[in-house]
Write a protein that binds this ligand. Structure first.
Ligand SMILES: Nc1ncnc2c1ncn2[C@@H]1O[C@H](COP(=O)(O)OP(=O)(O)O)[C@@H](O)[C@H]1O
Ligand SMILES: [Mg+2]
Length: 237
């Protein structure tokens, strides 16, 4: 699903790269956490996968496409299969919570009732069933974040990219969001989550740890060693 070969990325004017010689494969159907301290390059990596930034070196493949060779006109095609929960999530102001989520699938040409039904279903799952008709900008930060998550999930994307999806949420809500991500994963979505939330990092899941733009640890899920390795990785943190 995702392959990076010796990828580097440097922002214009930056004195050091945000990503430095990153080689990484994330297979279809995997649930992969990106960990690491602030400034490690987690957000940059997700933005690269969403074609919001371009690599300055190496190669990035998403869904078999070489992003370096992708014509700008084809970017929407790649993005159509990707759900994103980024930190600068932009909800449409002046539109209801329900509209914000329904619009994400209306473009798929589905029947109006079906669109509504699915949007309501996902909003109930994120705990916003009682706020369907409220304007998006009247919600708290945490609630807006849950709308953004619902909007990403409702399209049932092949790939889901989440940047600190529990950043504004309390522990209980964070756990609820994790469960939603796991549900999407179980249904077949490949999930990549950048986080430094210990609640998310605690499960038996693959953790790729970045530091200064480099991969410094890659701990697979379901290996008998992984609990011990995770502990060790946390101590290093
Ligand atoms: N838009 C930008 N312009 C210049 N430098 C940036 C920009 N965004 C991030 N950086 C730098 O790139 C590095 C990686 O940042 P980022 O990917 O946001 O890390 P993380 O998400 O792990 O906190 C940091 O040194 C950060 O200061
Ligand atoms: Mg970040």
């Amino acid at each position: 699903m995702i392959e990076l070969f010796h990828v580097s990325m440097r922002y214009a004017g930056a004195d050091r790269p945000a990503l430095d010689d990153v080689t990484l494969e994330i297979r279809k159907g995997e649930f992969c956490l990106l960990a690491g301290p602030s400034g490690a390059g987690k957000t940059s990596l997700l933005r690269l996968l969403f074609c919001a930034e371009a690599a300055t070196g190496g190669q990035v493949f998403v869904g078999g496409r070489n992003l370096a060779r992708l014509k700008p006109a084809r970017i929407p095609e790649v993005r159509r299969n990707i759900g994103v929960v980024f930190q600068d999530f932009k909800l449409l102001p002046g539109r209801s919570v329900l509209d914000n989520v329904a619009l994400a699938i209306e473009v798929q040409g589905r029947r109006r009732e079906e669109v509504r039904e699915r949007a309501v279903g996902v909003l109930k799952q994120v705990g916003l069933g009682h706020k369907l008709h409220q304007h998006a900008e009247r919600l708290s930060g945490g609630e807006q974040q849950r709308v953004a998550i619902a909007r990403a999930l409702v399209v049932e994307p092949a790939l889901l990219l989440c940047d600190e999806p529990t950043g504004n949420l309390d522990a209980e809500r964070a756990q609820g969001i994790l469960e939603l991500l796991v549900t999407a994963h179980v249904r077949g979505t490949t999930v990549v989550v950048a986080t430094h939330d210990p609640a998310l990092l605690g499960g038996n899941r693959r953790v790729v740890r970045l530091e200064d733009g480099r991969v410094v640890a890659d701990v697979p899920a379901y290996s008998p060693m992984s609990a011990a390795l995770l502990d060790a990785a946390r101590k290093v943190a």
